[in-house]
Each structure stands twice: as structure tokens, then as C-alpha cells.
Design a protein around this ligand. Structure first.
Ligand code: SF4
Length: 405
């Protein structure tokens, strides 16, 4: 079982960002942490030895109700000071009966924030630091509205190492306004020189209602075109794999042994308890999301109500389709034995048509154990994966699915 905690505070809101975030204010943080504590006290505690009801291999770590990974995401979780993080983690570890430092515990961090607290985060149980670098090019960082420089990001990663963090990841953006293959090559080079254990590369998406959407409407030529972004993603693949990183998921690269266990669990549909505004979880076949608004979340919890806004029951067909889609994002792809073990299904039969169509289009290739996306398929992953969402020979997802709000 996984646990995701959303910490939505940022010093300022980046103009491309569509996450559920609020500006950092001390009194807001205190109110929110009180609400989180109440929500946690109502969450399912550890039930050692019991297995989840999801269709995952029983022998796999993370499929039992015991907590396997913890992820503090945001927002900027490192906007909270060390005492606040330490108290929150102590409550989480105690609630789930986990030893401090005993599981993968990720904290997302901003290079402009609380470098002095890095050692204390680690002592509090953070075992994996995910640093939002985005670019090492100062002009790109400025256009992205970031409040740090490339040099600050480098200094932050080095400080994290000195503070004893043995698992450091950095996030980069491909497709920032003004980004070129040359500037991206320089960013990748500086990223590799920082020797992170893990690198995530996300293509910039223009989200409706953000300042970037309005800029894009006024001045589309300021943004790299889709083909140019695809080339940047290929450039990331070539550069990072040559540097020894495994491209283990569409957006993720890791040194051997440093793939993110939390994300791997998510891609394998492990149960995930979600806490905080807009946090999205999956428990006992139910997918849910908490309300996105800060006040609505705090008020719901303070008045003894649930903060869940959307609840959807995934039926068998939904889970099989989603399993295929998530598996295709990974370097292993969809494996014959895995589908037999998890669902008792022959995936070649169930996905006969999409497998054939994607193979003919050059999006899918055979592996020793199944099928996976080709390099062209990775660039067109959304279109390819969408074909697998509704497996044949199974009840239509809409037949037994239900959505409440
Ligand atoms: S720091 Fe991250 S979460 Fe916060 S506004 Fe910027 S992109 Fe969004």
C-alpha cells in the first residue's frame, strides 16, 4: 500500500502550473496541518499481513495493507520547515506502524527553499529527495517564473548530498519557451554533472486558464512546436541513457536500483491512501479525489465530514484496461505472465485488436515476455495507450461503473 500526502504551498505560483496550490502563508499551513492530522486519524491504519483487494500479485511488496511507500508532493512540501515536516512524518509513521526511515519516503523540494533544513528532513525519515530544477538555463527559468537560478539548483543538490541524502532526483521540463536543442543539451549536461540518482523529464503542457495559456494564445511562436518537443524528449533519452540512466518509464530515468518505488506501485495499481486537498487515491477498487479548494478541504475536515469529492468504482474491465495503459508506460511494457497472474487473462486475446493496430503503426514491439512501446510509441504514448482502455470480451466499463460527487 502507498500513501500520498499533498502539501499545496508555494512561495509564488508559476505561470504554467495547474496543480492544486495556494500561496504560502504561515497561518494557512498551520490550519492545513491540523486538518491533515484529522484526516490521517480517519485513514486505514496498518493491518499487518492482510492483502489488498486490488488485482496485484500477492507476493509483491506493496500489495499488502502494510505501508510500502510515502510520498509528500505538492505544491512545495519543502516550504514547510523541518519541525513541521518532522511532526507530520512522525504522525504518519506512527499511524501506519512504520519505523522512521524504514520505507521509501519522498519529499518534493524547491531549490530556493530551506536548504538549511535538508539534514533534518533526512533525520525525520525522508529517504528520497525530488528537486524541482526544471532547467539550468537562467533565461528559461525566468520565463518559467521560477524563483531560483541554475547555480542555486546545483548548490541545492550538492547540499543535499552533504546532508546525507543518498537518493536524489531532479525534475526537468522539455518544451519551455525559448528552449532549443543547444540550451537543452547544456541543461542535460549540468544535470548529469550533479550526479542525481533519478531524473524526470516532463514535456511542458499548456494548461487552460493559466497565464501560459493566454501567452500561448497571443504568441504561439514563443513555444517550441510539438515536433520540436518530441525531438527534445528523444535528446533526453539518448543523453541520459548514454550516461547510464535506465529509461524505465516514459518520463523517468534512473540509475540501476533507483527507480521510484512509489511510482512503480502506482503503475501497478497498488492501493494508495491519499491525504490533503485534491489528493487522489485508490482503495479497495474505489478511485477517489479530495476537493481541490483549500477552504473547502479544511472546512469539510474541520466539520467532521469527508473531503472526498469524486468517487468512482472501477469494475474488472476498468482495472484491466487501466493496467494495460499503465504497464505500457513502463520499459517492461505489458507482460503475458503478469496479466495471467493478476487477472487470469490472456492479454493477447483481450487486447488482440489494439496490439495488432499499434504494431502495424510501429508503436509497439515484441519483448521476451510481452509487448512494449517502441521509441516512436513513447512519443505517441497517449494515443497508443488510449486504445487499450476498453478491453474486449469483458463487460463494458460503463455497465457497472458509477460516479458520485
Ligand atoms: S513550484 Fe511547482 S507546484 Fe508550485 S507553482 Fe511552481 S510548478 Fe506549481
Amino acid at each position: 500500500m502507498l500513501c500520498y500526502v499533498h502539501l499545496p504551498f508555494c512561495d509564488r505560483i508559476c505561470p504554467y502550473c495547474d496543480f492544486a496550490v495556494v500561496e504560502f502563508r504561515r497561518e494557512r499551513v498551520e490550519r492545513y496541518l491540523r486538518a491533515l492530522r484529522i484526516e490521517l486519524s480517519n485513514a486505514r491504519p496498518q493491518e499487518a499481513g492482510t492483502t489488498s483487494t486490488s488485482n496485484a500479485r500477492p507476493q509483491e511488496a506493496g500489495t499488502t495493507s502494510k505501508l510500502g511507500t510515502l510520498y509528500l508532493g505538492g505544491g512545495t512540501p519543502s516550504a514547510l520547515d523541518a519541525d513541521q515536516i518532522a511532526k507530520l512524518l512522525a504522525d504518519l509513521f506512527a499511524h501506519f506502524g512504520v519505523e522512521v526511515g524504514g520505507i521509501e519516503c519522498t519529499l518534493e523540494a524547491n531549490p530556493s527553499r530551506n536548504v538549511k533544513d535538508l539534514a533534518r528532513y533526512r533525520q525525520a525519515g525522508v529517504t528520497r529527495l525530488s528537486v524541482g530544477v526544471q532547467s539550468f538555463d537562467d533565461a528559461e527559468l525566468h520565463r518559467l517564473g521560477r524563483d531560483h537560478s541554475g547555480a542555486q539548483a546545483e548548490a541545492f543538490v550538492h547540499a543535499a548530498r552533504r546532508a546525507g541524502h543518498g537518493n536524489v532526483s531532479i525534475d526537468l521540463i522539455a518544451g519551455a519557451p525559448g528552449q532549443t536543442p543547444t540550451s537543452f543539451a547544456a541543461t542535460l549536461e549540468r544535470a548529469i554533472a550533479c550526479a542525481p540518482d533519478h531524473v524526470s523529464v516532463y514535456a511542458l503542457t499548456i494548461e487552460a486558464s493559466t497565464p501560459y495559456a493566454r501567452w500561448h494564445e497571443r504568441e504561439p511562436q514563443a513555444f517550441p512546436e510539438d515536433d520540436a518537443v518530441a525531438d527534445l524528449l528523444e535528446q533526453a533519452h539518448t543523453t541520459l541513457t548514454h550516461a547510464g540512466y535506465e529509461h524505465y518509464e516514459i518520463s523517468n530515468f534512473a540509475r540501476p536500483g533507483f527507480a521510484c518505488a512509489h511510482n512503480r506501485g502506482y503503475w501497478r495499481q497498488y492501493d494508495c491512501i491519499a491525504l490533503g486537498m485534491s489528493a487522489s487515491g485508490y482503495e479497495n477498487g474505489l478511485r477517489y479525489r479530495n476537493v481541490r479548494d483549500f477552504d473547502a478541504y479544511c472546512t469539510a475536515i474541520e466539520s467532521g465530514n469527508s473531503a472526498r469529492d469524486e468517487v468512482e468504482r472501477l469494475d474488472f474491465a476498468d482495472r484491466v484496461g487501466e493496467a494495460a495503459m499503465l504497464a505500457l508506460r513502463t520499459s517492461e511494457g505489458m507482460e503475458d505472465q503478469d496479466f495471467r497472474d493478476r487477472f487470469g487473462l490472456d492479454m493477447r486475446t483481450v487486447f488482440l485488436r489494439p496490439i495488432e493496430e499499434c504494431r502495424r503503426a510501429g508503436l509497439l514491439e515484441e519483448t521476451r515476455h510481452g509487448v512494449r512501446l517502441t521509441s516512436r510509441g513513447r512519443l505517441l504514448a497517449n494515443a497508443a495507450c488510449a486504445q487499450f482502455l476498453h478491453p474486449s470480451f469483458l463487460p463494458a466499463p460503463a455497465a457497472s461503473g458509477e460516479t458520485t460527487s
